[in-house]
Design a protein around this ligand. Sequence first.
Ligand code: BEZ
Length: 252
Amino acid sequence: MADKQTWSAESYGRDARFVSDLGADVVALLDPKPGERILDLGCGDGALTEEIAAAGAEVVAVDSSPDFVAAAKDRGLDARLMDGEALTFSGEFDAVFSNAALHWMVDAGAVLDGVSRALKPGGRFVAEFGGHGNVAAIATAMVAIARHRGADPALAHPWFFPTPAEYAELLEAKGFSVETIFAFSRPTPLPTGMKAWIALFRDPLFRQFGPEREEALDEVEALLAPALRDSSGKWHADYVRLRVAASLKPVF
Ligand code: BEZ
């Protein structure tokens, strides 16, 4: 599919290593214990899966990108190719963990149905992903450029960024008891710059521009500079994180 996001573990490692580097707090919230069986949903290249495994847990990692699954397997992990909106596990995990992945899975109800099926009764769900307002300036600049150049603006914003209230309501409806849920701003330094971020995460939009791809990237960057580039030339992304810890209510 032309509008599908594809992933290269190599580019991700170069331009987005900060994603797993910033995952320590959510791993701490998971608090993995030796002997627990844990599912890492949307594992990327497995950097955080490895940390969870290092705590002594038995971890299964899933991702819908073959390149990520291969990279995670290269770390010696039990990594499997699976669509997060159609998880196939049944009652086998003490916890499901997810970092910076759920915003790519727009059918959040289907994701939570799969998480609920995968967990043992009382099992935990601990996740962090983009919350309402995440990358608002970046998305707005990409929508503007798409419109200006006659491209499809829907490709500029394909993500699910719920408010805490909206996501808490969905969790409750899917049988979870919410223990913690909150959103916070996390302006995130981009060591390799804004164009590298945009090219990595929104390639389907820029592919539409053919030979004018670089020009379109330059235009987005110029629109964003006043908001997201500091006086020393360093870029940051306007991230908003939603962090959640919930547990599956027992069924009587
Ligand atoms: C995020 O981690 O918030 C994110 C990453 C890439 C695209 C959109 C959001």
